[in-house]
Design a binder for this molecule. Sequence first.
Ligand SMILES: NC(=O)c1ccc[n+]([C@@H]2O[C@H](COP(=O)([O-])OP(=O)(O)OC[C@H]3O[C@@H](n4cnc5c(N)ncnc54)[C@H](OP(=O)(O)O)[C@@H]3O)[C@@H](O)[C@H]2O)c1
Length: 243
Amino acid sequence: MKIAVIGAGNMGGALIKGWAKSGLTTDLIITAQTKKTLDRFAQDYPDITTMLDNVAAVAEADIVVLAVKPWLVQQVIAQIQHILKDKLLISVAAGIRHERIDVYAMPNIAAELGESMTFIEEAEKAETASELFEKVGQCRIVPQHLMPAGMMMAGCGIAYVMRFIRAMMEGGIEMGFYPDDAKQISMQTMRGAVAFLQKTKLHPEAAIDKVTTPGGITIKGLNELDHAAFNSAVIRCLKAGLK
Ligand SMILES: NC(=O)c1ccc[n+]([C@@H]2O[C@H](COP(=O)([O-])OP(=O)(O)OC[C@H]3O[C@@H](n4cnc5c(N)ncnc54)[C@H](OP(=O)(O)O)[C@@H]3O)[C@@H](O)[C@H]2O)c1
């Protein structure tokens, strides 16, 4: 099964690296606008086929993954439409719809590490697309009305989580740690929180109770977050992109 990735940028590149990591290198044909982008992949992944010609790439593929900027989707589909025939066309472009697209997918850049949280819109060929995206992380097939929420929680959400890590780092630096140490401490603490919730299956608040001594210091920090409307800020952040 040959996969053409049209647009080897941040998102396309993460998918390419993730699929390569899962062993699909010889199945990948990738394109970009400039040779410079393709050369970087050719150097790191000599088994991947690189091309500047979208039509030639699509001609060789069974599945086409469109990963260009949203405003280029229409133009690229017009360019490749005559050669698409019954090939599966998947788009990861945010918020752009086109009658020829078979499946809308919303991965995030952790695909590069096999850790994406990908949303796929319900469609006839959604299962086939899901099998592909499961190679780069977890995947959920959802109805169309949940795709924007999925995009905000995972596609964009990864940036919000990174912003939380930055905030924690800045607090750590103010209290005396060097930036690299503050980053490592923040990331390991977050990793620990995720692992704890995964293992115990506890609701976050039940897990928080295990860390919180009555009259102690954890509750002081938690209440400061509440006074600063932390929950509300996160909820508003997630809903901001739905407007
Ligand atoms: N970034 C994310 O985290 C993320 C998450 C989910 C979905 N998405 C979606 O992914 C899409 C790409 O976003 P991005 O952040 O990856 O953008 P990007 O980094 O700018 O990548 C776009 C890529 O498209 C290539 N390109 C431009 N015109 C082309 C053409 N005519 N034919 C073939 N390739 C062409 C560019 O080539 P050059 O490198 O040679 O210029 C570049 O590699 C967007 O539609 C976005 O909504 C992104």
